[in-house]
Write a protein that binds this ligand. Sequence first.
Ligand SMILES: NC(=O)C[C@H](N)C(=O)O
Length: 334
Amino acid sequence: MKKRIYIAYTGGTIGMKPSASGFVPVDGYLTETIANMPDFFHDDMPEFEINEYSPLIDSANVSPEVWQFIAQDIQARYDDFDGFIVLHGTDTMSYTASALSFMFENLSKPIIITGSQIPLSQLRTDGRINLLNSLYIAAHYPINEVCLFFNNQLFRGNRTTKQYADGFDAFVSPNVAPLVEAGIEIKKFSKLPTVAPTEKLEVRSIEVQSIAILHMFPGLNWEVLDNLLKSPLQALVLLTYGVGNAQQDAQLLETLKRASERGIIIVNCSQCLKGAVNMQGYATGHALSEAGVISGGDMTTETVIAKLYYLLSQSLPHAQLIELFQTDLRGELS
Ligand SMILES: NC(=O)C[C@H](N)C(=O)O
């Protein structure tokens, strides 16, 4: 029996068409392009159904409402398919992969997000290989988590970040090895989490929350932070140096302390791509933890944002939220 895969097509370059103002998503174009590519109907391929969203969007326009729509769409068809593919633009693909990973609890089927840097209809497209492999892996490797497939690698979705604006190896998973590599053979790198959970699938909702990111740099004027904290913020992510260090400045530390006492969650995330925050490593990091700042560990910035959205949407008591934020929920934190 052939496996059945559901494709939720949200937009992105993969289905775009060249126009006078650059690539644009066009209704029906991707479905028509696939219908004319015999590889997708090879005997070894699973059956698939494409649901083209309306409107198709460039992923720069993705929002928590879109995540909610995708999650509910997959949930409604969960029992009818063996696996799910989300066709998505690359620009915010890691945010969506992270958000979906938190929204789906007790997942027993694969959800693979993919897209391309060149549209599927173009000669040198990477979309063909990305979508073919995603379909094949979703059908033959029932990995029960939200993954991202790009340039012959399958990653844990919430560990990825877009690293290359215009290269084919657009994604990297800096702190966790890829789950699978599609070479001459499909190579499994880690013990794949294919054990189905005993509990029933739950889909948690995510609503828009008031979150800001502040990227530290030498000479940053603290008035900028003061003004940011005057807005109705629920969480602030500090992008700090190295293992989580920031200027040891009395004004900064006092401002952060007052904000965290007011209930604003302040997260320490490193500007470095690889490695983890350790606020006990240097006095400059320790001072932040004394001011109430919590560690983002080795989570990507995309995952920190998605996890904050997710936890803030669950109406949890403040202390529980802080504890869950620093707990590994979906393999996002070492
Ligand atoms: N390669 C891509 O898909 C980029 C596009 N701007 C998007 O994110 O929708």
